[in-house]
Design a protein around this ligand. Structure first.
Ligand SMILES: CCCCCCCCCCCC(=O)SCCNC(=O)CCNC(=O)[C@H](O)C(C)(C)COP(=O)(O)OP(=O)(O)OC[C@H]1O[C@@H](n2cnc3c(N)ncnc32)[C@H](O)[C@@H]1OP(=O)(O)O
Length: 220
């Protein structure tokens, strides 16, 4: 199953393989479309809404007391079901925006192949930098993940970012669907040179170029 959940063939699968890099960083992320159940995506959306609302709120002291009590209960429930990163629904549910990973800005993958990835990302209040514009760090995060995906799909290997250069060309708005396009610039042995753009319509918001390195077996 592919990263966008639409195709039956792709280098990264939910099956354990000999290249699983046990002890190291893995391509074998045990991807799934059902872990956590049919409402797991709805749960993640509620968490994202919470993050946005927490960022935007000016609560009274009484409300803060109340929220601490309620969150203590929720956190205890989640602590009781903690699991390792490879088998957690978060980060492995490829049918959900950004694989159900709240660390990442929510993106939807429209196309993912060995020559690049097309995605739509929307920054919200949680990702605010200032004056209604997205924080540059979250723009980097989106590029890093989508370029990591690009490198993994192009090589079928585990890769890590060696460098990532981002140029901010114009304001990146919140609550606006932006398009991200990535491409492979060239492959040189273990080195994967990649590039990406982020656009609001035709307007270039940011662009990136990076180098990802295919890891040797067992490399962290
Ligand atoms: C569901 C599926 C989707 C899955 C999608 C998942 C996407 C997740 C994406 C997240 C990606 C991350 O954030 S990863 C986290 C951020 N990155 C890291 O933590 C990486 C930390 N750095 C390292 O671990 C290491 O430095 C490496 C692995 C990058 C490279 O170390 P190494 O393996 O020992 O290789 P090394 O010999 O040093 O370098 C190999 C070649 O690359 C060159 N090289 C190395 N670093 C650089 C550099 N910064 N700038 C220029 N060139 C460099 C070297 O000169 C050499 O060239 P030559 O002599 O061969 O010509």
């Amino acid at each position: 199953m592919s990263i966008d959940g639409t195709s039956e063939s792709a280098p990264v699968t939910g099956e354990r393989t000999e290249d699983a890099h046990e002890g190291g960083f893995r391509t074998d992320m045990m991807i799934s479309v059902d872990r956590g159940g049919p409402r797991y995506g709805e749960f993640i959306e509620k968490v994202r809404e919470f993050m946005d609302r927490a960022r935007a709120a000016f609560p009274s002291e009484e409300l803060v007391d109340e929220l601490i009590d309620e969150l203590t209960v929720v956190n205890a429930k989640l602590a009781a079901v903690e699991i390792n990163e490879w088998e957690s629904p978060s980060g492995t549910r490829i049918d959900l925006p950004a694989r159900g990973n709240i660390t990442l800005p929510p993106y939807l993958v429209d196309k993912a192949g060995d020559d690049g990835v097309q995605a739509r990302v929307t920054f919200t209040r949680f990702h605010l930098g200032g004056n209604n514009a997205a924080h540059g760090g979250f723009i980097c995060t989106a590029f890093d993940d989508l370029l990591g995906m690009t490198s993994a799909l192009a090589t079928g290997k585990v890769t890590r970012t060696a460098y990532l250069t981002v140029n901010y060309r114009s304001i990146t708005p919140l609550n606006t669907e932006l398009t991200v396009s990535t491409s492979i610039v060239r492959l040189e042995g273990r080195k994967i040179f990649v590039a990406a753009t982020m656009k609001d319509g035709e307007r270039l918001c940011a662009e990136a170029d990076g180098l990802f390195i295919a890891l040797n077996p067992g490399q962290p």
